[in-house]
Design a protein around this ligand. Sequence first.
Ligand code: GDP
Length: 342
Amino acid sequence: MTAPSNPPSGAGADALADGVLAGQRRALARAITLVESTRADHQQAAGEMLARLLPHAGKSVRVGISGVPGVGKSTFIEALGLHLIAKGHKVAVLAVDPSSSLSGGSILGDKTRMERLSVSPQAFIRPSPAAGSLGGVAAHTRESVLICEAAGFDVVIVETVGVGQSEIAVAGMTDVFVLLQLPNAGDDLQAIKKGIVELADLIVYNKVDLDPEAAELAMGQMRNSLGMLRSAHAAWRPPVLGVSALRGEGMETFWQTVERYVAVMTEGVRQQAAVAGGALAEKRRRQALDWMWTLIEDGLKARFRADPAVAAALPALAAEVEAGRAAPTAAANALLQLFRGA
Ligand code: GDP
Protein backbone atom coordinates (compact mmCIF):
# COMPACT_ATOMS: atom_id res chain seq x y z
CA MET A 1 0.00 0.00 0.00
CA THR A 2 0.98 3.61 -0.29
CA ALA A 3 0.54 4.17 3.44
CA PRO A 4 3.66 5.65 5.01
CA SER A 5 5.24 3.36 7.57
CA ASN A 6 6.44 5.95 10.03
CA PRO A 7 3.62 7.39 12.05
CA PRO A 8 4.61 10.01 14.58
CA SER A 9 4.45 9.70 18.32
CA GLY A 10 4.20 12.21 21.16
CA ALA A 11 3.92 15.85 20.09
CA GLY A 12 3.63 14.79 16.46
CA ALA A 13 0.08 13.65 17.17
CA ASP A 14 -1.09 17.26 17.56
CA ALA A 15 0.46 18.31 14.27
CA LEU A 16 -1.05 15.28 12.62
CA ALA A 17 -4.52 16.13 13.98
CA ASP A 18 -4.12 19.68 12.62
CA GLY A 19 -3.17 18.27 9.22
CA VAL A 20 -6.24 16.04 9.22
CA LEU A 21 -8.51 18.93 10.16
CA ALA A 22 -6.97 21.00 7.35
CA GLY A 23 -7.96 18.20 4.97
CA GLN A 24 -4.39 17.21 4.04
CA ARG A 25 -4.49 13.78 2.41
CA ARG A 26 -1.02 12.80 3.55
CA ALA A 27 -1.91 13.63 7.15
CA LEU A 28 -5.12 11.61 6.76
CA ALA A 29 -3.20 8.55 5.49
CA ARG A 30 -0.61 8.86 8.27
CA ALA A 31 -3.31 9.30 10.92
CA ILE A 32 -4.93 6.04 9.84
CA THR A 33 -1.54 4.30 9.85
CA LEU A 34 -1.09 5.56 13.40
CA VAL A 35 -4.36 4.07 14.68
CA GLU A 36 -3.56 0.80 12.90
CA SER A 37 -0.19 0.49 14.63
CA THR A 38 0.02 -1.96 17.50
CA ARG A 39 3.06 -0.30 19.12
CA ALA A 40 2.25 1.00 22.60
CA ASP A 41 3.72 4.49 21.98
CA HIS A 42 1.77 4.73 18.72
CA GLN A 43 -1.42 3.69 20.49
CA GLN A 44 -0.82 6.42 23.04
CA ALA A 45 -0.27 9.02 20.31
CA ALA A 46 -3.32 7.73 18.42
CA GLY A 47 -5.46 8.19 21.52
CA GLU A 48 -4.30 11.80 21.90
CA MET A 49 -4.90 12.51 18.23
CA LEU A 50 -8.38 10.96 18.29
CA ALA A 51 -9.32 13.03 21.33
CA ARG A 52 -8.52 16.15 19.30
CA LEU A 53 -10.39 14.93 16.25
CA LEU A 54 -13.50 13.59 17.96
CA PRO A 55 -15.30 16.96 18.32
CA HIS A 56 -14.98 17.36 14.54
CA ALA A 57 -16.21 13.88 13.67
CA GLY A 58 -19.72 12.53 13.23
CA LYS A 59 -20.93 14.70 10.37
CA SER A 60 -21.05 12.11 7.62
CA VAL A 61 -23.52 9.57 6.35
CA ARG A 62 -21.92 6.22 7.18
CA VAL A 63 -22.83 3.57 4.62
CA GLY A 64 -21.96 -0.11 5.10
CA ILE A 65 -21.83 -2.25 1.96
CA SER A 66 -21.56 -6.01 1.92
CA GLY A 67 -22.02 -8.85 -0.51
CA VAL A 68 -20.36 -12.01 -1.73
CA PRO A 69 -17.20 -11.77 -3.86
CA GLY A 70 -18.12 -10.94 -7.45
CA VAL A 71 -21.48 -9.33 -6.64
CA GLY A 72 -20.01 -6.03 -7.81
CA LYS A 73 -19.10 -4.18 -4.62
CA SER A 74 -16.16 -2.29 -6.02
CA THR A 75 -17.98 -1.53 -9.28
CA PHE A 76 -20.95 -0.27 -7.25
CA ILE A 77 -18.85 1.81 -4.86
CA GLU A 78 -16.97 3.39 -7.75
CA ALA A 79 -20.20 4.23 -9.61
CA LEU A 80 -21.82 5.57 -6.44
CA GLY A 81 -18.71 7.48 -5.41
CA LEU A 82 -18.39 9.18 -8.80
CA HIS A 83 -22.10 10.01 -8.75
CA LEU A 84 -21.84 11.55 -5.28
CA ILE A 85 -18.71 13.52 -6.12
CA ALA A 86 -20.51 14.98 -9.13
CA LYS A 87 -23.18 16.15 -6.67
CA GLY A 88 -20.54 17.88 -4.55
CA HIS A 89 -19.88 15.25 -1.88
CA LYS A 90 -16.52 14.07 -0.56
CA VAL A 91 -16.38 10.30 -0.35
CA ALA A 92 -14.12 8.08 1.76
CA VAL A 93 -14.02 4.31 1.26
CA LEU A 94 -12.74 1.98 3.99
CA ALA A 95 -12.83 -1.79 4.32
CA VAL A 96 -13.20 -4.49 6.93
CA ASP A 97 -11.73 -7.75 5.70
CA PRO A 98 -10.36 -10.01 8.41
CA SER A 99 -9.70 -12.70 5.80
CA SER A 100 -7.00 -10.53 4.24
CA SER A 101 -4.47 -11.63 6.84
CA LEU A 102 -5.02 -15.22 5.74
CA SER A 103 -5.15 -14.72 1.99
CA GLY A 104 -2.32 -12.18 1.92
CA GLY A 105 -4.37 -9.84 -0.22
CA SER A 106 -7.10 -7.54 0.95
CA ILE A 107 -10.26 -6.14 -0.47
CA LEU A 108 -9.44 -2.76 -1.95
CA GLY A 109 -5.85 -3.94 -2.07
CA ASP A 110 -5.88 -4.50 -5.78
CA LYS A 111 -4.89 -1.20 -7.36
CA THR A 112 -6.95 -1.79 -10.48
CA ARG A 113 -10.16 -1.58 -8.46
CA MET A 114 -11.99 1.73 -8.43
CA GLU A 115 -9.45 3.24 -10.79
CA ARG A 116 -11.47 6.32 -11.62
CA LEU A 117 -12.63 6.98 -8.10
CA SER A 118 -9.16 6.58 -6.63
CA VAL A 119 -7.72 9.39 -8.74
CA SER A 120 -10.40 11.88 -7.71
CA PRO A 121 -9.21 14.52 -5.22
CA GLN A 122 -12.69 14.34 -3.66
CA ALA A 123 -12.26 10.66 -2.83
CA PHE A 124 -10.09 8.78 -0.36
CA ILE A 125 -9.76 5.00 -0.59
CA ARG A 126 -8.09 2.97 2.10
CA PRO A 127 -7.69 -0.80 2.06
CA SER A 128 -8.40 -3.01 5.03
CA PRO A 129 -5.61 -3.26 7.59
CA ALA A 130 -3.63 -6.31 6.52
CA ALA A 131 -3.36 -8.09 9.85
CA GLY A 132 -5.27 -8.79 13.00
CA SER A 133 -8.41 -10.32 14.40
CA LEU A 134 -11.82 -9.18 13.23
CA GLY A 135 -12.17 -7.22 16.47
CA GLY A 136 -8.86 -5.47 15.88
CA VAL A 137 -9.53 -4.72 12.22
CA ALA A 138 -13.01 -3.44 13.04
CA ALA A 139 -11.72 -1.22 15.86
CA HIS A 140 -9.20 0.39 13.51
CA THR A 141 -11.83 0.90 10.84
CA ARG A 142 -14.17 2.57 13.34
CA GLU A 143 -11.44 4.99 14.25
CA SER A 144 -10.63 5.55 10.59
CA VAL A 145 -14.28 6.51 10.00
CA LEU A 146 -13.94 9.26 12.63
CA ILE A 147 -10.65 10.46 11.13
CA CYS A 148 -12.17 10.67 7.64
CA GLU A 149 -15.09 12.67 9.03
CA ALA A 150 -12.73 15.07 10.79
CA ALA A 151 -10.93 15.49 7.44
CA GLY A 152 -14.17 16.70 5.88
CA PHE A 153 -15.55 13.62 4.13
CA ASP A 154 -19.33 13.75 4.31
CA VAL A 155 -19.95 10.24 2.98
CA VAL A 156 -17.98 7.35 4.47
CA ILE A 157 -18.47 3.95 2.85
CA VAL A 158 -17.31 0.85 4.72
CA GLU A 159 -17.06 -2.22 2.52
CA THR A 160 -16.96 -5.80 3.70
CA VAL A 161 -16.95 -9.13 1.98
CA GLY A 162 -19.84 -11.48 2.72
CA VAL A 163 -18.31 -13.84 5.23
CA GLY A 164 -20.54 -13.61 8.31
CA GLN A 165 -19.09 -11.93 11.38
CA SER A 166 -17.60 -9.01 9.47
CA GLU A 167 -21.09 -7.93 8.40
CA ILE A 168 -22.15 -7.66 12.01
CA ALA A 169 -19.09 -5.54 12.72
CA VAL A 170 -19.79 -3.21 9.79
CA ALA A 171 -23.52 -2.95 10.55
CA GLY A 172 -22.38 -1.95 14.04
CA MET A 173 -20.37 1.03 12.82
CA THR A 174 -22.55 2.45 10.04
CA ASP A 175 -25.84 4.34 9.83
CA VAL A 176 -27.26 2.41 6.93
CA PHE A 177 -26.23 -1.15 6.10
CA VAL A 178 -26.65 -2.20 2.47
CA LEU A 179 -26.69 -5.78 1.23
CA LEU A 180 -25.73 -6.23 -2.43
CA GLN A 181 -27.37 -9.25 -4.01
CA LEU A 182 -27.12 -11.09 -7.31
CA PRO A 183 -30.36 -11.63 -9.21
CA ASN A 184 -30.04 -15.41 -9.10
CA ALA A 185 -32.79 -17.69 -7.94
CA GLY A 186 -32.15 -18.92 -4.44
CA ASP A 187 -29.65 -16.22 -3.49
CA ASP A 188 -32.22 -14.57 -1.25
CA LEU A 189 -32.59 -17.79 0.72
CA GLN A 190 -28.83 -18.07 1.19
CA ALA A 191 -28.67 -14.53 2.56
CA ILE A 192 -31.70 -15.08 4.79
CA LYS A 193 -30.24 -18.29 6.15
CA LYS A 194 -27.01 -16.55 7.06
CA GLY A 195 -28.94 -13.88 8.94
CA ILE A 196 -27.46 -11.06 6.88
CA VAL A 197 -30.81 -9.90 5.53
CA GLU A 198 -31.91 -9.05 9.05
CA LEU A 199 -28.97 -6.67 9.37
CA ALA A 200 -29.79 -4.87 6.11
CA ASP A 201 -31.51 -1.48 6.02
CA LEU A 202 -31.51 -1.60 2.25
CA ILE A 203 -31.20 -4.46 -0.23
CA VAL A 204 -29.79 -3.76 -3.68
CA TYR A 205 -29.86 -6.17 -6.60
CA ASN A 206 -26.89 -5.48 -8.86
CA LYS A 207 -26.37 -6.54 -12.49
CA VAL A 208 -30.05 -6.15 -13.38
CA ASP A 209 -28.82 -5.36 -16.92
CA LEU A 210 -27.98 -9.04 -17.45
CA ASP A 211 -31.54 -10.31 -17.24
CA PRO A 212 -34.08 -7.69 -16.17
CA GLU A 213 -36.93 -10.20 -15.92
CA ALA A 214 -35.02 -12.58 -13.68
CA ALA A 215 -33.99 -9.59 -11.57
CA GLU A 216 -37.61 -8.49 -11.13
CA LEU A 217 -38.50 -12.02 -10.07
CA ALA A 218 -35.65 -12.23 -7.53
CA MET A 219 -36.55 -8.80 -6.13
CA GLY A 220 -40.18 -9.81 -5.76
CA GLN A 221 -39.17 -12.94 -3.89
CA MET A 222 -36.96 -10.93 -1.59
CA ARG A 223 -39.79 -8.47 -0.88
CA ASN A 224 -42.01 -11.41 0.03
CA SER A 225 -39.35 -12.90 2.26
CA LEU A 226 -38.79 -9.53 3.95
CA GLY A 227 -42.50 -9.32 4.68
CA MET A 228 -42.09 -12.35 6.90
CA LEU A 229 -39.06 -11.03 8.78
CA ARG A 230 -39.26 -8.61 11.65
CA SER A 231 -37.90 -5.14 10.79
CA ALA A 232 -35.20 -3.74 13.03
CA HIS A 233 -37.06 -0.40 13.16
CA ALA A 234 -40.79 0.05 13.22
CA ALA A 235 -40.52 3.15 11.03
CA TRP A 236 -38.44 1.50 8.30
CA ARG A 237 -39.11 -1.55 6.18
CA PRO A 238 -35.96 -2.28 4.10
CA PRO A 239 -36.60 -1.35 0.46
CA VAL A 240 -35.41 -3.60 -2.38
CA LEU A 241 -33.82 -1.78 -5.32
CA GLY A 242 -32.31 -2.85 -8.64
CA VAL A 243 -29.19 -1.25 -10.14
CA SER A 244 -26.56 -1.78 -12.78
CA ALA A 245 -23.29 -0.67 -11.25
CA LEU A 246 -21.47 -1.40 -14.50
CA ARG A 247 -23.66 1.07 -16.39
CA GLY A 248 -23.89 3.45 -13.46
CA GLU A 249 -27.68 3.07 -13.45
CA GLY A 250 -29.77 3.43 -10.31
CA MET A 251 -27.26 5.45 -8.31
CA GLU A 252 -29.53 8.49 -7.84
CA THR A 253 -32.45 6.33 -6.70
CA PHE A 254 -30.11 4.53 -4.33
CA TRP A 255 -28.83 7.74 -2.81
CA GLN A 256 -32.32 9.20 -2.48
CA THR A 257 -33.29 6.06 -0.58
CA VAL A 258 -30.32 6.47 1.75
CA GLU A 259 -31.30 10.11 2.34
CA ARG A 260 -34.88 9.05 3.00
CA TYR A 261 -33.62 6.51 5.53
CA VAL A 262 -31.58 9.19 7.29
CA ALA A 263 -34.60 11.54 7.28
CA VAL A 264 -36.98 8.89 8.62
CA MET A 265 -34.53 7.79 11.26
CA THR A 266 -33.81 11.35 12.33
CA GLU A 267 -37.29 12.85 12.19
CA GLY A 268 -39.65 9.93 12.66
CA VAL A 269 -38.79 9.34 16.26
CA ARG A 270 -38.18 12.97 17.10
CA GLN A 271 -41.83 13.69 16.39
CA GLN A 272 -42.71 11.29 19.14
CA ALA A 273 -40.11 13.09 21.28
CA ALA A 274 -38.95 9.65 22.34
CA VAL A 275 -35.22 9.92 21.78
CA ALA A 276 -33.09 13.04 21.50
CA GLY A 277 -31.82 13.37 17.93
CA GLY A 278 -33.99 10.57 16.59
CA ALA A 279 -33.39 6.88 16.07
CA LEU A 280 -30.19 7.45 14.13
CA ALA A 281 -28.55 9.38 16.96
CA GLU A 282 -29.71 6.66 19.33
CA LYS A 283 -28.21 4.03 17.00
CA ARG A 284 -24.87 5.86 17.03
CA ARG A 285 -24.92 6.20 20.82
CA ARG A 286 -25.59 2.49 21.18
CA GLN A 287 -22.86 1.65 18.65
CA ALA A 288 -20.36 3.80 20.57
CA LEU A 289 -21.24 2.10 23.87
CA ASP A 290 -21.10 -1.37 22.31
CA TRP A 291 -17.71 -0.49 20.89
CA MET A 292 -16.47 0.61 24.30
CA TRP A 293 -17.61 -2.65 25.89
CA THR A 294 -16.08 -4.71 23.10
CA LEU A 295 -12.74 -3.00 23.72
CA ILE A 296 -13.06 -3.52 27.47
CA GLU A 297 -13.87 -7.20 27.01
CA ASP A 298 -10.98 -7.68 24.56
CA GLY A 299 -8.63 -5.82 26.90
CA LEU A 300 -9.70 -7.80 29.95
CA LYS A 301 -9.32 -11.09 28.12
CA ALA A 302 -5.82 -10.15 26.93
CA ARG A 303 -4.80 -9.11 30.46
CA PHE A 304 -6.32 -12.25 31.91
CA ARG A 305 -4.30 -14.47 29.58
CA ALA A 306 -1.14 -12.45 30.26
CA ASP A 307 -1.50 -12.65 34.06
CA PRO A 308 1.44 -14.80 35.30
CA ALA A 309 -0.62 -16.81 37.78
CA VAL A 310 -3.34 -17.46 35.21
CA ALA A 311 -0.86 -18.31 32.47
CA ALA A 312 0.85 -20.82 34.77
CA ALA A 313 -2.36 -22.62 35.71
CA LEU A 314 -4.34 -22.33 32.48
CA PRO A 315 -2.87 -25.16 30.33
CA ALA A 316 -3.32 -27.83 33.03
CA LEU A 317 -6.82 -26.67 33.94
CA ALA A 318 -7.86 -26.41 30.29
CA ALA A 319 -6.61 -29.98 29.73
CA GLU A 320 -8.62 -31.18 32.74
CA VAL A 321 -11.76 -29.53 31.32
CA GLU A 322 -11.12 -31.03 27.88
CA ALA A 323 -10.66 -34.47 29.38
CA GLY A 324 -13.88 -34.13 31.33
CA ARG A 325 -12.10 -34.39 34.67
CA ALA A 326 -12.86 -30.82 35.77
CA ALA A 327 -16.12 -28.92 35.44
CA PRO A 328 -15.81 -25.78 33.27
CA THR A 329 -17.47 -23.72 36.01
CA ALA A 330 -14.99 -24.81 38.67
CA ALA A 331 -12.03 -24.26 36.34
CA ALA A 332 -13.24 -20.82 35.34
CA ASN A 333 -13.77 -19.84 38.97
CA ALA A 334 -10.32 -21.10 39.95
CA LEU A 335 -8.68 -19.13 37.13
CA LEU A 336 -10.67 -15.97 37.88
CA GLN A 337 -9.53 -16.14 41.48
CA LEU A 338 -5.91 -16.35 40.37
CA PHE A 339 -6.34 -13.22 38.22
CA ARG A 340 -4.88 -10.15 39.90
CA GLY A 341 -6.04 -7.73 37.18
CA ALA A 342 -2.84 -5.71 37.31
P1 GDP B 1 -16.73 -7.48 -5.94
O1 GDP B 1 -15.89 -8.71 -5.80
O2 GDP B 1 -18.00 -7.62 -5.18
O3 GDP B 1 -15.99 -6.22 -5.59
O4 GDP B 1 -17.16 -7.38 -7.48
P2 GDP B 1 -16.57 -6.48 -8.68
O5 GDP B 1 -16.98 -5.07 -8.53
O6 GDP B 1 -15.11 -6.75 -8.80
O7 GDP B 1 -17.35 -7.08 -9.93
C1 GDP B 1 -17.24 -8.44 -10.32
C2 GDP B 1 -17.54 -8.56 -11.81
O8 GDP B 1 -18.89 -8.21 -12.04
C3 GDP B 1 -16.70 -7.61 -12.66
O9 GDP B 1 -16.32 -8.30 -13.83
C4 GDP B 1 -17.64 -6.48 -12.98
O10 GDP B 1 -17.36 -5.85 -14.19
C5 GDP B 1 -18.98 -7.19 -13.03
N1 GDP B 1 -20.11 -6.30 -12.73
C6 GDP B 1 -20.20 -5.47 -11.66
N2 GDP B 1 -21.37 -4.79 -11.71
C7 GDP B 1 -22.03 -5.21 -12.81
C8 GDP B 1 -23.29 -4.86 -13.41
O11 GDP B 1 -24.06 -4.04 -12.92
N3 GDP B 1 -23.62 -5.53 -14.55
C9 GDP B 1 -22.82 -6.44 -15.11
N4 GDP B 1 -23.22 -7.03 -16.24
N5 GDP B 1 -21.62 -6.78 -14.60
C10 GDP B 1 -21.22 -6.17 -13.46
